[in-house]
Write a protein of this length. Sequence first.
Length: 119
Amino acid sequence: MRAFLLVPLSLLWLACAPVRPTALDLQREGHQALHVGPVTLTVHLKRGGQPLTTADVQVQADMTHAGMATVSGKTVSLGGGLYRVSGLDLSMAGDWVLSVTAKPGGTAITGTLPLSVQP
Ligand SMILES: [Cu+2]
């Protein structure tokens, strides 16, 4: 749901120079089901409609209900705003939220993506 809100906001930013986007637009590449256990997925990161190319990207995931530990993963830039996320140990089926923080130019920007995890 959040991604739908970020798209129009990004367009607004583009329309109003100077562009100072503070949010990361995050979309998953592909639609393969995610299953409980360590997962690997690929995400597109954009800022202000432009692919993000910084190497400094951190990811973590949380379930949408209380009482679960945050898990972290590793990212590798594949170029062109594509990043492979690996090592996320999603230990329970249900709704998770992937949070990505990047620091292009030293300023932290964040984005989130809902993930549905199957047993
Ligand atoms: Cu849980």
